[in-house]
Design a protein around this ligand. Sequence first.
Ligand SMILES: *Cc1c(COP(=O)(O)O)cnc(C)c1O
Length: 528
Amino acid sequence: MNAPNKSGWKPEMNASEDGMHNGPATSTGNRALMLEEPLLFEIGNVETTGVDLPEPKADAPNRLGGMDRAEPIGLPGLSEPETVRHYTRLSRQNYGIDLGLFPLGSCTMKHNPRLNEKVARMPGFADVHPLQPVDTVRGAFEVINELAEWLISLTGMHGIAMSPKAGAHGELCGILCIRAALEARGDAREVILVPESAHGTNPATAAFAGYRVEDIPANADGRVDLEALKARLGPDIAGVMITNPNTCGLFERDMKAISDAVHDAGGFVYCDGANFNAIVGRVRPGDLGVDAMHINLHKTFSTPHGGGGPGSGPVVLSEALAPFGPLPYTARTRDGVVHLVEEEQADAFSQEHFGGKMQSFGRMTAFHGQMGMFTRALTYILSHGADGLKQVAEDAVLNANYILRSMEDLLHAPYAHSGPCMHEALFGDKGFGGDLSTLDLSKALIDEGYHPMTMYFPLVVHGAMLVEPTETESKAALDQFIQAFRTVAERAKAGDESMKQAPFYAPRRRLDETLAARKPKLAWEEGE
Ligand SMILES: *Cc1c(COP(=O)(O)O)cnc(C)c1O
C-alpha cells in the first residue's frame, strides 16, 4: 500500500530497529498483515472522487444568490475502495470492547448486546425525526415513558428528566433543580460540598452552576467522614454531591445518615449515579434519601460510549425536586396515552406529580434526549428483567472482588482492609522498583494485549489504578487478564527499567503526552 503522498509522510520506524523485537525492519513499515496508514489528506487527491456527477447544464439558473464558492474546497478525494480500506486499516489499530476486556474503572465498559443494536435499527425507531408531527411518533414516546418508569422504580425515586445527554449534563440538570428549589423558597445558599475522591465532573458542575465548592474529607476506610461533614453543614450549604458506590469502589454505608443530616440543615443530596451498575436491583437510592441522581445509560444500561456513540444521562428526582425539573417530559394521562409535555401546565398530571403547576428551571436540550440510547437501554432492561438486573450487580461485584483478591499480594490495595469492594478494584503504585510509575505499568500492559485501566484516578491514591471488569466478563477472560496484570506488576516491583520504553508492539510507541496536551495539533496543514 503506502500510496505516494505530497507531505513527505513516512511510515513509523519499526520497533525492530530498536533491537527490541525479533526480525528485520520491513521496507513499508507494515508488520505481518497490519498495514501502516497515512492520513486521508496525505493519500487523497483533490482531483479524485468516488462519485460521478453530471456536469451542470450551462444554462441552468444559478440560485446561489452570489454565494458561489470562489476557490476549490480542498477536501481530499479517494475512490470508494480506497476510502473503505483507509478506515478499516485505522480501525484495526484501535482497541474496542468487541476485541477484548476493557478494564477502565469508573467507565463501566460492558459488552454492547447485539439485540440492542437490532432493535435500535428498526426503521420505526431509527428513522424518527424530532420535528415529526407528534401523532406520528407515539411509539417513541411510549419507549421513552416505559424506560422512565423502569428507571424510577429501579431507583425508588419520584420523577425523572430524560433529556440530559451524558452523566455530566445530568449533574448540571440535578444541580439546577436544587438551585431552582432553593430560589423558590427564597433561600440563597452558596456552597456545595464534594468529597475529595469525587469524579472531576462533580466540582466542575457545581462551580459551573455558580456554587463555591468545598471538599469533604475521607476517613481511613476511603468513605466520607460523616462527622466532618456534619460539622460543616449550615445555612450556607445548598447541598452535597456524593458518588455511591464511590470512586474508591466502596459503598457509602452512612448514606442515609448523610442525607438525614443534610436535609436537617436545609440542603439537598445529589448522588452521582455513574456507579449504579454495582447496586442496580439491590439498592434504591430513593430509600437512602437522595434528591437527584443521574444514571449513565452508557454505563449501567450497556449503551455504547466513548468513540462508539453518544451518552445519555437521565436524572431521577425526589418529590421535593421533581416540580423543578426540565421540560419537556413525557406523561401518561388519564386517557392512557403518553403525551410530550412542552410547557408548564396546571393539569391533573401536574397536580398529582408536582403538587400543582410545575416550576421548571427550563430546557436542557432542543429535543427530548437520545432516542437511540433510550431504545437500546430499554431493550437491555427488558431482556434482563428485574431478576437479571439484580444479577448484573452481583456479578459485577463478584468479578471486581476476584481481581482485587488475585492482585492484592502483589499490588498495594489501599482499601482492601475495609472489606469487599463494589464493582471496581483500586490499587496504588507503592512498592514499585526504580522510578517506575503507573504509566510505565500501563504501557507494558498494552504490549500484553490489554487496554490499560483508569490511571491516576481517584486522586486520593498515589499512582492509582482503577480496574472495573464489569459483569460481562467470564472467569476465563478474567484469568487471562489477571495473568497479564500480574506479569507487569511483578516487573514493576522488580524495577524492570525496560518498561520505560513500552509499548514495543503497539502501532505507535510512547507518545509525548505533555507536548500533545500543551500544543495539540488539531488541524492538518499541508507539508507538516
Ligand atoms: C462517567 C462518570 C461521570 C460522567 O459521566 P459522563 O457521561 O462521562 O459525562 C461522572 N461521575 C462518575 C463517577 C463517572 O464514572
